[in-house]
Design a binder for this molecule. Structure first.
Ligand code: NAP
Ligand code: HSE
Length: 436
């Protein structure tokens, strides 16, 4: 058997604890699968006294996580602290510069600095693996790198944030408030340290930017992702969506267009029985379209201790087996620069919810504003459950036919002039395709 692979873990929160448990519980299997023992040598976290329910006997405690990146007896640093800057970035940069492999679950770091870090990893001939950073337990990066290598990928669509999918599913099922359900998701260990990243769509955007880079062979361009979160969705929207046969999901969508890559994260109406419409709770799913394979959908738990640590350990096994691959599938010198497709040409049907004044002519004013922007209406539903609200307004929903984003933007500008009548509309895209 070869020399042991010596691991240092930086961060002992939800994911770090999960990794330590798997390394202990699966010790024998991991050595047999990789031909060498995989040994936890040292750990670092903020609070040495905290009871984490793990046995750290014989494992060195480093007060400063940077010590792991500099220690002679460590081959791989597992960074599970989080954050795109500060200590996490320093530990990873230092470890790679020192010629140590790095495994991380940190999508914020990879989305913002992944290319620069990959260049260092390539120069030093070490691995920078981040399977856990995208879609938790789903081996999506391995799928793109290995199983789908024969394909030109044309689109990637995913439910990429477990917290949001959990919140949307619970709100729909129970009619509970958004804030109430978010507290549950935090307690279950799904949410980011700053949950605004989850519900604001930023976490999904980090993951989408990474996937788009891997799928389309471009440098990661997080700045080019159009982002919208789920905080505007209300219980009424779930009822309307259900009547129309839709679910509401936060989707990340990346497509290859003629003038560049389109990357968007936003709440979306998807058909109830479609592959992504059927994904509930903390589950994530990624639908990939390849020119040879056609449509492929992978589904699994997208957050939490077990699924995320499972992905981290799979990266460790690759390293233990001696697999060191370019972090972005092809060497960074082969990646094309990012190019953003023009969003105004992007086409979609839309769900528009207004809080309209319930009087003769108000509907005519709204439909005129839409018609003037060339937006064609498919259905209109007004529902007040028989009573007006205190403000004398009624929720009204329009479904539009497919229209260019530019026309929809124009319609929203026209509607500004009818704010007194229509209120500020909530706009949600509709994806009618079965894959979405
Ligand atoms: P977490 O539960 O908040 O854990 C973070 C850990 O980092 C804590 O143990 C904390 O120490 C430690 N830490 C903070 N500052 C430190 C410092 N200066 N030096 C050393 N340790 C420090 O976070 P998590 O959920 O495990 O997430 C970790 C990473 O995995 C993040 O990048 C996250 O985005 C990613 N991720 C998480 C999930 C998930 O489901 N949770 C899924 C996929 C990816 P103390 O415990 O001592 O305070
Ligand atoms: N906060 C993230 C989520 C963790 O809810 O999906 C997994 O990346």
């Amino acid at each position: 058997m070869s020399k042991p692979l010596r691991i240092g873990v930086a961060g002992l929160g939800t994911v770090g604890v999960g990794v330590v448990k798997i390394l202990a519980d699966r010790r024998e299997f991991l050595s047999a699968a990789s031909g060498r023992t995989v040994e936890l040598v040292a750990v670092s976290s903020r609070d040495e006294k905290k009871d984490r329910g793990i046995d750290l006997k014989g494992v060195r405690w480093e007060k400063d996580a940077r010590a792991l990146a500099n220690a002679d007896d460590i081959d791989v640093v597992v960074e599970v602290i989080g954050g795109s800057e500060g200590i996490a970035r320093e530990v990873v940069e230092q470890a790679l510069s020192n010629g140590k492999h790095v495994v991380t679950a940190n999508k914020a770091l990879i989305a913002r600095h992944g290319i620069a870090l990959a260049r260092v990893a390539e120069q030093r001939g070490v691995a920078l693996n981040y399977e856990a950073a995208v879609a938790g337990g789903i081996p999506i990066i391995k799928a793109l790198r290995e199983g789908l290598a024969a394909n030109e990928i044309t689109s990637v669509t995913g439910i990429l944030n477990g917290t949001c999918n959990y919140i949307l599913t619970e709100m729909e099922k129970t009619g509970r408030d958004f804030g109430d359900v978010l507290i549950d998701a935090q307690a279950l260990g799904y949410a980011e340290a700053d949950p605004a990243f989850d519900v604001g769509g930023v976490d999904a955007a980090h993951k989408l930017a990474i996937l788009a880079s891997l799928a389309f062979g471009r440098e990661v361009s997080f700045e080019n992702v159009e982002i919208e979160g789920i905080t505007q969705i209300t219980a009424a929207d779930f009822k309307f969506a259900k009547d129309f046969g839709y679910k509401i999901k936060l989707l990340g969508i990346a497509t290859l267009g003629v003038d560049g890559i389109e990357q968007r994260v936003h709440p979306t109406l998807v058909p109830e029985g479609s592959p992504l419409g059927a994904v509930s709770g903390v589950f994530n799913a990624v639908a990939i379209e390849g020119d040879r394979v056609g449509l492929l959908v992978l589904e699994g738990r997208g957050a939490g201790e077990g699924p995320t640590a499972s992905a981290v350990v799979s990266d460790l096994v690759d390293i233990a087996r001696g697999l060191v691959m370019p972090p972005f599938i092809v060497p960074t010198s082969h990646l094309k620069p990012p190019a953003k497709a023009s969003p105004s040409k992007s086409k979609s049907a839309y769900y528009l919810r207004f809080s309209a004044v319930d009087r003769a002519g108000s509907m005519a004013e709204i439909t005129r504003a839409l018609a003037d922007a060339n937006v064609s209406i498919e259905r209109i539903v007004q529902r007040g459950e028989g009573k007006e609200t205190a403000s004398g307004r009624m929720p009204v929903v329009f479904l539009t036919h497919e229209t260019e984003e530019g026309s929809m933007r124009k319609a929203l500008i026209h509607l500004e002039n009818h704010k007194e009548v229509a209120g500020t509309p909530l706009v949600i895209r509709i994806e009618k395709s079965g894959s979405r």
